[in-house]
Design a protein around this ligand. Structure first.
Ligand SMILES: Nc1ncnc2c1ncn2[C@@H]1O[C@H](COP(=O)(O)OP(=O)(O)OP(=O)(O)O)[C@@H](O)[C@H]1O
Ligand SMILES: O=C(O)C1=C[C@@H](O)[C@@H](O)[C@H](O)C1
Ligand SMILES: [Mg+2]
Length: 222
């Protein structure tokens, strides 16, 4: 379900920028990370918008949830059943740390990745972090037919989503360099508008040359 499902007419677009100074000393507005990290609630579009942005910016798309499933050889539902949420969170922490060892990524995180303080620190250190926002009403529409998110099976969906939103809002705010509200856009519109914002605001370094990537300087003999 996509293509503008449940859109309202008034475009709200952007957003807010986070003017905090990074622990490393530089202003977050000039954060020169080579990785783009997407955080936000379930159904914000981290996975589908991430794919589009990776293509647009020539980056490698990685999705933490999918990587966890690949490594475990099991679905997120099964991991929750067998190991509980805490087992899933342990896997999530390891996976994010491993993935962020690399450069030139779009990393789409799971909705609860920000719960862990080590994850929050690493996301900020290793990426330009975009908080994709979505409100609970839109989440309910976008995820109406979804059965792959175990937290949504824990009770009344709206109650669950409102509780998670209240708990997590300060954590998303803590890590975000940029906040982008997706409520009024289809996933492709959101991706295109966010890409424009990133062109203006993300001071990403030039891509490494093939020689750099291979660990040589250009003057060395081949
Ligand atoms: N802007 C949008 N408008 C309408 N539908 C959308 C939008 N963004 C995402 N969707 C739809 O919502 C569903 C969930 O999207 P997606 O999987 O990208 O969310 P997510 O942020 O990655 O969630 P999670 O945290 O659970 O991984 C998909 O069916 C997707 O097509
Ligand atoms: O919001 C959450 O805590 C989750 C979101 C999904 O992306 C998955 O990571 C998992 O279903 C948990
Ligand atoms: Mg996702």
């Amino acid at each position: 379900m996509d293509a503008g499902a449940g859109r309202r007419t008034a475009p709200t677009g952007l957003t807010r920028q986070h003017a905090a100074v990074h622990p490393g000393g530089y202003n977050r507005l000039m954060n020169p990370a080579t990785n783009l990290v997407l955080v936000g609630p379930m159904g914000a579009g981290k996975t589908c918008v991430g794919r589009w942005l990776a293509e647009r910016f020539g980056l490698r798309m990685v999705d933490a949830d999918k990587e966890i499933e690949r490594v475990a050889g099991a679905s997120i539902n099964t991991i929750f059943e067998c190991e509980g949420e805490s087992g899933f969170r342990t896997r999530e922490r390891t996976t994010i740390a491993t993935l962020l060892g690399d450069d030139g990524l779009v990393l789409s995180t799971g909705g609860g990745a920000v719960l862990d303080a080590d994850n929050r620190r690493l996301l900020r250190e290793r990426g330009f972090v975009v908080h994709l926002h979505v409100g609970v009403e839109q989440q309910l529409e976008r995820l109406a037919r979804d059965r792959s998110r175990p937290l949504l099976a824990r009770g009344d969906r709206e109650d669950v989503l409102r509780t998670l939103a209240a708990q997590r809002a300060p954590l998303y705010a803590e890590v975000a360099d940029l906040v982008f509200d997706t409520n009024d856009y289809s996933s492709t519109e959101a991706a295109a508008r966010l890409a424009q914002e990133l062109d203006a605001r993300w001071q990403r370094p030039a891509p490494r040359s093939a020689a750099d990537a291979a660990g040589r300087t250009q003057t060395e003999p081949t």
